[in-house]
Design a protein around this ligand. Structure first.
Ligand code: 5AD
Ligand code: SF4
Length: 323
């Protein structure tokens, strides 16, 4: 792909060079299991917000979740990412049991939680049960816009939760969405500055993609591919040692953009391993289910990475270098 803006092109090259000097051409693999699309919250942009009555809701049973984790482990995916809406019917006890059962299958695997806001007591129990990592995006550094987008959330509480996770010893990830209608002209700088201030070990950022059945469904896509790649480059240059995931949402801007983000500093890919019968209903944004990889495609994705000159690291946890 031709990058038109020479400044972006230069930053991408610099970011990739820096990534190479730290990670080589290696790419970490994580398998995501989206185990429930039920959510108690009503974030304006999100396709599975509680107010979206057109969503067919599902909840995987603990047995189904553990079985899927087991099949991922067998295929060499050593990081199990458990992701869901804020579904409180998975109680502390239920989640602790799931975490323990997965760890019992393979004590050398890593478990990442991406389940939203919970109490410190719960975070602590999950950690003690064996969870290693936690992803919690702050979404946007602009607190006014945060408030407008999140009817149920408090910006300071979100930041406090991220800090609590760090304190409890989680390898903690955060990030933001960009291309949100109404964002400030310097939104990218604001967001990256907050990311840096939080001192996270992992980064997950992606473009806003309108979702059907939400108040923002008609908003359009506002981030073009060059901006996406530039943001990834800037993050790598600002935080050399972090693990940066190539967001699936990039492919909604431009098919193939997710892979291109590796040439702008990303070093992690997260194939979606949600069972096929549920996947299409985890519709955070439009057509998401159809853009994702299934487990068969995880291997295909690996082959494509090799074609691009990268080495997918099967059978490795790929812990962050940031401690
Ligand atoms: N477009 C892009 N990303 C979205 N997310 C939720 N809705 C959208 C959307 N419409 C992201 C948020 C959240 C995660 C669950 O998915 O950043 O943290
Ligand atoms: Fe729920 Fe997360 Fe979507 Fe908000 S962004 S509605 S918390 S799944």
């Amino acid at each position: 792909m031709e990058i038109k803006d020479p400044a972006v092109k230069a930053r991408m090259e610099q970011a990739r060079k820096l990534t190479d000097s730290i990670f080589g051409k290696k790419v970490y693999i994580r398998g995501i299991i989206e185990f429930s699309n039920c959510c108690r919250k009503n974030c304006n942009y999100c396709g599975i917000r509680r107010g979206n009555t057109s969503v067919v809701r599902y909840q995987m049973s603990p047995d189904e979740i553990v079985a899927k984790a087991e099949s991922n482990l067998k295929q060499g995916i050593k990081t199990i990412v458990l992701q869901s809406g804020e579904d409180m019917s998975y109680t502390k006890e239920v989640l602790v049991d799931i975490i323990k059962r997965i760890k019992a299958l393979d004590s050398g695997c890593a478990i990442t939680l991406s389940i939203g806001e919970r109490s410190e007591e719960e975070y602590k129990a999950f950690k003690e049960a064996g969870a290693d990592r936690f992803l919690m995006r702050f979404e946007i550094a602009d607190r006014e816009l945060f408030k407008k987008l999140h009817p149920d959330d408090d910006f300071d509480e979100r930041l406090a939760a991220i800090k609590t996770l760090k304190k409890l010893g989680y390898e903690t990830g955060s990030g933001f969405m960009f291309g949100i209608p109404g964002e400030a002209p310097d939104a990218d700088d604001q967001n990256i500055a907050l990311l840096k201030e939080l001192g996270v070990a992992m980064v997950g950022c992606g473009p806003f993609i309108p979702a059907e059945g939400t108040p923002m469904e008609g908003s359009g896509i506002h981030a073009d591919i060059e901006r996406c790649l530039d943001i990834y480059s800037k993050i790598r240059l600002a935080m050399p040692n972090v693990n940066i995931a190539a967001a699936t949402a990039l492919d909604a801007v431009d098919k193939g953009a997710r892979k291109l983000s590796l040439s702008a500093g990303a070093n992690v890919v997260m194939p979606n391993t949600t069972p096929a019968k549920y996947k299409d209903n985890y519709s955070i944004y439009e057509r998401k289910g159809k853009l994702d990889d299934n487990i068969a495609d995880a291997k295909k994705l690996g082959a494509e990475l090799e074609k691009l000159g990268y080495t997918p690291l099967w059978n490795q946890r790929g812990d962050s270098r940031v401690k």
